[in-house]
Design a protein around this ligand. Structure first.
Ligand SMILES: C[S@@+](CC[C@H](N)C(=O)[O-])C[C@H]1O[C@@H](n2cnc3c(N)ncnc32)[C@H](O)[C@@H]1O
Length: 217
């Protein structure tokens, strides 16, 4: 087993994620694809493969079980639609598309080469549930059950720029580092936090949390 595969499998075990060999291979191929494209298109500042594993793959994988729990609770295990806002190289959207084949994932980014990379990843990794969209999130009006972001914007801007794309019963899933008390203090009145989860990313000694929000009625 290669070093990267060993580290990935250890991380999956720590996160209690049970993936098939094909999904593990897709995650490794995805990491290799980012490495290849980043040389030319500068998709991400992280270049070192070991750092890419912890800071990108495992960090995104840590959100998968919380997402699956949410979808199960909401009765959305099949046919749910997820929008990853400011997806960049596809984090966490591509990782979610690999781990959750029943979720239709759209990764949106204002930078054309990043959206093109997602389209290429969907083809190369054989992910029919993954779409790359070159747009500003503010322009999206079709409804999504979950809208997520990682390293994108403040909670205020994330929710206000994407509110037009949130299904009536939909939820925002914001991946954050430290608990964002300052951002929560200025949360818009139409948004309500309904759950906060602390995350432990294998191999990463850093604070991580997910904030779940919905429209206040
Ligand atoms: C710091 S990157 C984060 C990328 C990725 N989510 C990650 O965690 O590595 C933020 C991304 O948001 C995109 N972006 C900024 N404003 C946007 C908007 N209004 N709509 C869609 N994408 C946007 C940028 O082009 C950039 O790729």
């Amino acid at each position: 087993m290669r070093g990267a595969e060993q580290e990935l499998r250890a991380g999956l075990k720590a996160l209690r994620l049970d993936l098939s060999d094909q999904q593990v291979a897709q995650l490794l191929d995805y990491q290799a694809l980012i490495g290849k494209w980043t040389k030319v298109y500068n998709l991400t500042a992280v270049r070192d493969p070991a750092e890419m594993m912890t800071h990108h793959l495992l960090d995104s994988l840590a959100a998968v079980a919380p997402l699956q729990r949410h979808l199960q609770k909401a009765g959305l295990e099949q046919g749910s639609r997820l929008l990853d806002v400011g997806s960049g190289a596809g984090l966490p959207g591509v990782v979610i598309a690999i781990c959750c084949p029943a979720v239709a994932v759209t990764c949106v980014d204002t930078v054309a080469k990043k959206a093109a990379f997602i389209k290429q990843a969907a083809l190369a990794l054989k992910l029919p549930n993954l779409t790359g969209l070159h747009a500003r999130v503010e322009s999206i009006a079709q409804p999504f059950d979950v809208i997520c972001s990682r390293a994108f914007a403040s909670l205020h801007d994330f929710t206000q720029w994407s509110v037009g794309a949130l299904a009536p019963q939909g939820a925002w899933m914001a991946m954050k580092g430290k608990y964002p008390a300052d951002e929560l203090a200025v949360l818009p009145p139409n948004v309500q936090v309904f759950h906060v989860e602390q995350l432990q990313v294998p191999g990463l000694d850093a604070e991580r949390c997910i904030l779940w929000m919905r429209r206040k009625t």
